[in-house]
Design a protein around this ligand. Structure first.
Ligand code: ZN
Length: 245
């Protein structure tokens, strides 16, 4: 997406940073939908363009990512040009992300969890964190003023880790699925790569089952899990969510 909403309002509320186009749709798309429904401005930064994928071209994925962004109601989405499958936590890459952070000035950044099967996902957790830190340093000169996000949370759907909290995505599960299926070159049943990819019906079954599992942990129908490094702070014990017994 190239539309620039920033002339209306100075900053994005929630920015999701991911290695690959379609990562966000799988791990925190329902959360972005929920935030947008609350009137918050959301954005997605994909770090690669998907040129290493078995199915479809980077051009296909760009069009599909725009369609998914429309379904998710995000205000801004772009992809950097980091090498797909070989993302490195280098100063050059950190600075590329700093430029985006200083443009969008997000309050909250969502990153992938730091332990992951795909090496790109694990690298992005650290690369993204360090970019958020650098972005706050005045002496790192990119031509834009410093900005450090207030909060970083880690989308942990594919990690074997107990989440810090769950976001209730029950009202948005169908829309989230539609955003994922916007990647037609990846997920619509086809011969190419059929030994690597699961059928369309199974994608639905798996993603709904995962959302159901995490929802149950928090007493809702469908949920997305997140880890935060900080300890929570409570103002009123009587307003704590999620029933204990
Ligand atoms: Zn990925």
């Amino acid at each position: 997406m190239t539309a620039d909403p920033l002339h209306d309002r100075p900053s994005i509320d929630v920015l999701a940073i991911a290695a690959h186009r379609d990562d966000v749709e799988q791990t925190c798309g329902g959360t972005l939908l929920r935030m947008a429904s609350r009137g918050l401005l959301t954005a997605i930064l994909d770090l690669t363009q998907g040129e290493a994928g078995t199915r479809g071209t980077a051009g296909d994925r760009a069009r599909e990512a725009d369609e998914a962004a429309r379904i998710l109601g995000v205000s801004w989405r772009q992809a950097l040009d980091l090498p797909d499958g070989a993302i490195e936590n280098s100063l050059e890459n950190r600075i590329k992300i700093v430029r985006v952070l200083r443009l969008l000035r997000p309050r909250v950044v969502i990153l992938p969890y730091w332990q992951a099967r795909h090496p790109d996902h694990a690298v992005v957790a650290t690369l993204g964190y360090e970019a958020c830190f650098l972005s706050g340093l005045t002496k790192v000169d990119t031509g834009a003023g410093p900005h450090r996000p207030f909060k970083i949370v880690y989308a942990s759907l594919y990690a074997d880790v107990r989440p810090s909290f769950i976001v209730d995505i029950a009202p948005f599960i169908q829309q989230r699925h539609a955003a994922l299926m916007a990647y037609r070159s990846q997920y619509v049943n086809q011969a190419a790569g059929s030994s690597l990819f699961v059928p369309e019906e199974e994608i639905r079954e798996r993603t709904f089952a995962e959302a159901r599992h995490y929802g149950l942990l928090a007493g809702v129908r469908y949920g997305e899990p997140f880890v935060q490094k900080e300890v929570g702070l409570v103002d009123d014990l009587t307003l704590l969510p999620v029933q204990s017994i």
